[in-house]
Design a protein around this ligand. Sequence first.
Ligand code: HGY
Ligand code: MN
Ligand code: MN
Length: 411
Amino acid sequence: MTSPDLRIDGERLLDSLGRLAQIGMTSEGACCRLALTDEDRAGRDLVTGWMRESGLQVHIDPIGNIFGVRPGRENLAAVMTGSHIDTVRTGGRYDGNLGVLGGLEVVRTLNAAGVTTRRPLVVAVFTNEEGARFQPDMLGSLVYAGGLTLDDAYATRSVDGKLLGEELDRIGYRGDAAMPFCRPEAFVELHIEQGPVLDIEGGLIGAVGDLQGISWQEITITGQSNHAGTTPMRLRHDAGYCAGAIAHFVRQIARDMGGSQVGTTGAIQLHPNLINVIAARAMITVDLRNTDEDLLKESERRLDAFISALADEEGVSISSRRLARFEPVRFDAQVTDLITRTAARLGMDCRPMTSGAGHDAQMMARLCPTAMIFVPSVKGISHNPAEHTDPEHLTAGANVLLHTLMDLTER
Ligand code: HGY
Ligand code: MN
Ligand code: MN
């Protein structure tokens, strides 16, 4: 079979996705493999085993990033693909996993066809992409790209109070490979869209040219606990009310600004969290995103102004801790264009897209020409066990990845 006619084995890809999904599967059918937990270790063990079975040389760096290397005919800078296998607590089976197992499927396909590429090909698994347990998100690829020191990463404390460095040692994935492992010639990530555009507006492949900016903060409100029945409203310093007011205002910012602005309150904790006690303390997280850096700054400014006024009005103190802040990213136009041309050559409908989600590719873009391939998410649902992509769309995306990587590894 000549290379242009080469195609991945869709059944084999689906089987691998299904077997990985079993690790950390909850009773609701969600994938729960929070970074550096025992479930993450089990997923890593499964994937590195598959890498070795496929003849890849497996290297692990000091932040636990995994690299499966397939040597090329020449010892040139490698072309890299990959993503993450850690999940949120209520994850689906494709977020991140498709990018890693799609890369592995490319290797298996090249092996079966006896094809040796000119450049080495690397399949990467990045640590803690989700940021659900340790912040910031994309932490492993951020360290790889030089955006966070190893010491700062190791000192990061999880939402359940554990130190990242200790958890990495506990699961046995603090490696000694060079940091950065290599400076790739190019990086391409296959990922589900996780939004509604392809599914609702139509389109099979997304050639992702850019990715929106992300602002994460943890806001702590300190008021005064008091009796719910006896305390007059004018004398209250109600941290619970303030948390609700902030959550409402985050929605208001997105509504007023429009465009690509989004705002999310994902976590709220009250103390003492009792029906008849005015909350003394509240913790609330805020996730603001926009494709435009100036507008993202404007949304942060509006929130800051609201919080200052609220603290004065309610007689509470409010502090904020930055958890993540990444500017919008433009991917490499030549790589995005190659994805578009490759999809067309394979007879697939392809459209330019922006990513609403953060991805490891946004960090790899700091090191080398980078772009992403999207496939549809049914109804745009993700970070939810109902996350679904039709099998033929998974196969189509992996075939675009195969031929995009084959093109790049011959340059
Ligand atoms: O938050 C994100 O966009 C990604 O899922 N970490
Ligand atoms: Mn992801
Ligand atoms: Mn995700």
